[in-house]
Structures are given as structure tokens and as C-alpha cells.
Ligand binder design. Structure first.
Ligand code: NAD
Ligand code: UDP
Length: 323
């Protein structure tokens, strides 16, 4: 059935792909964004569609719309972006969630929160299961993001329990792919940008820390599956690729696939940088019948091809923090 769907953060990396999928499926899509870490070009190709509308708005401010579903993705996601104005980051998660949960309550809409593996902090449990409560430093430089997302989960659960709001929560693990901001400072975009210009590849720490990288198409499939999931299951559910790599292995793979002459250079590890991260996706498999299909080498090759196809000068670095 055709739905009226609001996607906050809809012009961003994941949001723009989600909007594209929903528009192509025939839904009436409102993309809302303040363009802090994105630009209109990410959704410019959708502007001609009669079932797509673009709104410049900040989720920390109230807004009144009539919708059936809300995907709440508005929040800077790269460490260099969310640490640039940490108070704004936490306001975005907390005030944004309150405003959108209020809208969901008023409209009777289903609302999905894009939460994060960062709710587990630097985890003592590996791989991370949803029942693990995490190990976040509440006063560290990542707290504005991690704690903001944790409070957002609390708000979602409380609106659900107290007001019967129809919620869904997904905990997203590192996701990459075409349309990542080339100057977001995240590891995949930094390594590809550096490799393609034969610059030194910046490894923070000794490169033994791990991450598990999910390709964006797999992630969008899971978000849509979770939004469509009927019954009592509201999450939180881990969404990510369970194959784990060290950051050094990632650098070596990017160099190999791009045919780069770059060397590796080691720089200090930022504080509170999680040592290891890998999702346990048993719950997503059993409740959503979902698991990722794209292997890292394939997804990286597609991302490298996209980086080669764009004009870097068309992208304004959202903050100076991109390494
Ligand atoms: P992104 O930075 O590309 O997208 C975020 C979007 O939100 C941007 O378009 C930005 O301009 C917008 N935004 C930020 N603050 C806003 C505000 N106050 N009001 C309105 N719009 C605002 O990042 P992304 O990777 O696409 O992440 C999307 C969502 O998924 C985020 O909520 C992020 O926390 C979550 N997530 C992403 C990953 C990942 O690896 N990509 C991992 C975990 C969670
Ligand atoms: N990292 C790195 N070099 C870079 C950017 C990041 O070694 O140029 C490391 C970072 O310290 C972290 C990992 O790569 O250990 C993933 O970083 P990212 O910022 O992509 O996301 P995170 O998972 O830390 O939020």
C-alpha cells in the first residue's frame, strides 16, 4: 500500500538511498534535512519525481506534517562531524526524537529510529548482542553521539510503553558505499580518497582495532524490512555485516583494489576509539529473515568506482575534521 513517508536526514548518505528506494516503490516521500553533513546533490535526481518532496528543516525544531511512517536518520554520524558541535549533536538526537515521536503519536504513524552500535561503547562482550548494555564513557568525546543515541532509544521505548507509539529501533553497525561524503573523515572514505590520490593512508593507532563493514544496499533492505515487520517485535535489532576486519587489513585491501602506490602512516588513536566491533545478527536473521549479501571486496570496489566518478571539488567539507 502507498504510504506517506518522512525520512529525516534524508539527504545524507543512507537517507538518500532510502529515499530513492521508497520513491521507486511508489510511496509519497518527504525528505527533511538541514544539510549539515550532506548536500542537495544527493537527492537532486529525485526532485523531478511527483512523489518526492524536499524540506530544509532542523529536527531540533517542531514541525507539523501528516505522515504514515517516519524514518529518523537525522544526526551527524562521522566522529569528526558529531564532535564538531557536540551540544548540537546531542540536541539533535534528544530534541529531534521528542519532536518526531510527538508527530508519530499525533498522526498514529510508525516511527523507526536509526540507532547505532555506538550504544555498546568500547564493548566487553564480543560479538555484540542486543541484550548487552554497553560500556560507554559518559564524559568522553564520543558521548555526545553515543549518549544522545542511548537517550533516543529510551525515549522511543517510553513513548511506546506510555503512549502506545508504534516504534522500531535498529542498531546500525559501520556502513559504507557510494555517496558517503568524501570529506567525512570516516575510515572507508578517508582510505579511498587517500589511495586514489596516492597520499599516505592514515591509520590511527596500530591498526589492530576491528570493525565490520556493511554495504549500504544491505542496510537499506534491513531498515525497510524492520519498518514493515508486523507483530510485537520493535527491536532494538543489530544491523550490520558480521565479517570482522582490522583497520590495517582494510587499508591493505583498499590499496590493492585501487592499485594505489600509497604508504601507510600511523597516527595517534583518538580517545575512546572502540577496540573491536562485530554484530551478532541472529535476531535480525530470525525476526526479519535478513542477512547481508555484499562481501567487503565487492562493496569496496563499487565504492572506489564511485569515488573515481565524482569531482571532489563539488564537495564542501562539512567540518575541518577529516584527517
Ligand atoms: P550522514 O551524515 O550522511 O547523514 C545524516 C543526515 O542528517 C545528513 O544529511 C545531515 O545533514 C542530517 N542532519 C544532521 N543534523 C540534523 C538536524 N539537526 N536536522 C535535520 N537534519 C540533520 O550519515 P549517515 O551515515 O547517512 O547516517 C544516517 C543515520 O544512520 C544517522 O542517524 C547515523 O547516526 C546512523 N548510523 C549510521 C552509521 C553508518 O555507518 N553510516 C552507523 C550507525 C548509525
Ligand atoms: N580510522 C583510521 N584512519 C582514518 C579514519 C579512521 O585508522 O583515517 C580508524 C578509527 O580510529 C576507528 C576506525 O578507523 O578505529 C573506524 O573509524 P570511523 O571514523 O570510520 O568510525 P567509528 O567506527 O570509529 O565510529
Amino acid at each position: 500500500m502507498i504510504q506517506r513517508i518522512l525520512v529525516t536526514g534524508g539527504a545524507g548518505f543512507l537517507g538518500s538511498h532510502l529515499c530513492e528506494r521508497l520513491v521507486n516503490a511508489g510511496h509519497d516521500v518527504i525528505c527533511l534535512d538541514n544539510f549539515f553533513t550532506s548536500q542537495k546533490t544527493n537527492v537532486a535526481h529525485l526532485l523531478g519525481s511527483s512523489n518526492f518532496e524536499l524540506l530544509r528543516h532542523d529536527v531540533t525544531l517542531p514541525i507539523f506534517l501528516e505522515v504514515d511512517q517516519i524514518y529518523n536518520l537525522a544526526c551527524p554520524a562521522a566522529p569528526g562531524h558529531y564532535q564538531y558541535n557536540p551540544i548540537k549533536t546531542i540536541k539533535t538526537s534528544v530534541m529531534g526524537s521528542i519532536n518526531l515521536l510527538g508527530m508519530a503519536k499525533r498522526c498514529g504513524a510508525r516511527i523507526l529510529q536509526a540507532s547505532t552500535s555506538e550504544v555498546y561503547g568500547d564493548p566487553e562482550v564480543h560479538p555484540q548482542v542486543e541484550s548487552y548494555r554497553g560500556s560507554v564513557n559518559p564524559i568522553g568525546i564520543r558521548a555526545c553521539y553515543d549518549e544522545g543515541k542511548r537517550v533516543a532509544e529510551t525515549l522511543f521505548m517510553d513513548y511506546h510503553r506510555s503512549n502506545g507509539v508504534d516504534i522500531r529501533i535498529v542498531r546500525i553497525f559501520n556502513t559504507y558505499g557510494p555517496r558517503m561524503h568524501p570529506f567525512d573523515g570516516r575510515v572507508v572514505s578517508n582510505f579511498i580518497r587517500q589511495a586514489l590520490s596516492d597520499e599516505q593512508i592514515t591509520i590511527y593507532g596500530d591498526g589492530s582495532q576491528t570493525r565490520s563493514f556493511c554495504f549500504r544496499d544491505d542496510l537499506v533492505d534491513a531498515m525497510i524490512a524492520m519498518m514493515g515487520c508486523e507483530g510485537d517485535f520493535v527491536g532494538p535489532v543489530n544491523i550490520g555485516n558480521p565479517v570482522e576486519f582490522t583497520i590495517r587489513e582494510l587499508a591493505e585491501t583498499v590499496i590493492e583494489l585501487s592499485g594505489s602506490k600509497s604508504d601507510l602512516v600511523y597516527q595517534p588513536l583518538p580517545s575512546d576509539d572502540p577496540t573491536r566491533r562485530r554484530p551478532d545478527i541472529s535476531l535480525a536473521k530470525s525476526k526479519l529473515g535478513w542477512e547481508p549479501k555484499v562481501m567487503l571486496r565487492d562493496g569496496l570496489q563499487r565504492t572506489i568506482d564511485w569515488f573515481q566518478s565524482i569531482e571532489m571539488a563539488d564537495y564542501r567539507p562539512p567540518t575541518p575534521n577529516y584527517g
